[in-house]
Design a binder for this molecule. Sequence first.
Ligand code: ADP
Ligand code: YYY
Length: 228
Amino acid sequence: MSKPDKPVPVLAIDGPSGSGKGTISRAVAEALGWHLLDSGAIYRAVGYAASMAGIDLSDAQAVTRCTETTRIVFRDPKDGGETRVVVNGHDATDEIRTETCGAAASAIAAIPAVRAALLDKQRSFRRPPGLVADGRDMGTIVFADAPYKVFLTASADERARRRYKQLKEKGLAVTLSTLLREIEARDERDATRKVAPLRPATGALIIDTTGIPVDAVIAQVLAVVQPA
Ligand SMILES: Nc1ncnc2c1ncn2[C@@H]1O[C@H](COP(=O)(O)OP(=O)(O)O)[C@@H](O)[C@H]1O
Ligand SMILES: Nc1ccn([C@H]2C[C@H](O)[C@@H](COP(=O)(O)OP(=O)(O)O)O2)c(=O)n1
């Protein structure tokens, strides 16, 4: 009798906005040669599509229908560079990164049927040789069986400062005090919702990245998968 296939390994990286999930996940996926899932981009794409369609984001039925019909494609440019996020045929990579779209994503993400509708899509990213999955519920729900789990965090002030710098560099008009308020409101909604609230998975390594350089965080996360 042949042995059952070993499950494809997953490294789940969860945490609040600006904790460094995207930056660390990209670097670690590249170092390991694993696939990458940016689950936040999927929620942002749905928030974007629903807003574009003029749907009231508190209308659970309409948003769920929109989730089921929205086509989201991740496209890696041949010459490298940022992965493009194409929503219903439109390249929405830049539009989905605004805080307005982050807030829309957070609002629709609290609807249980929306989360359920996105489960298969997220799990389809689990392919050999492995997956680094970035989000809020990667280690608790979507890949609860992941052998590797990390929870990144940082003080709200530091996360707001990071986001401020990031959005300024993109040429967006933002203020630090508004960003801090938006981040705190999003943290509160993501952590207190009834389905899949933001929290560290059991057994996750919790890393407070406040004042820790990116390279040092990458090394700590890589050590979870490849202990010395
Ligand atoms: N440990 C860190 N120290 C300083 N800046 C960081 C650190 N981790 C990430 N950043 C920066 O903070 C910003 C937000 O990081 P990002 O990876 O987008 O966070 P998230 O995906 O959790 O929202 C980026 O500009 C990134 O370069
Ligand atoms: N696995 C996930 C990923 C994102 N979300 C929701 C909640 C978040 O506030 C929004 C946006 O997520 P995203 O990871 O892109 O946001 P940040 O980069 O952390 O600011 O989507 C979620 O509910 N579950």
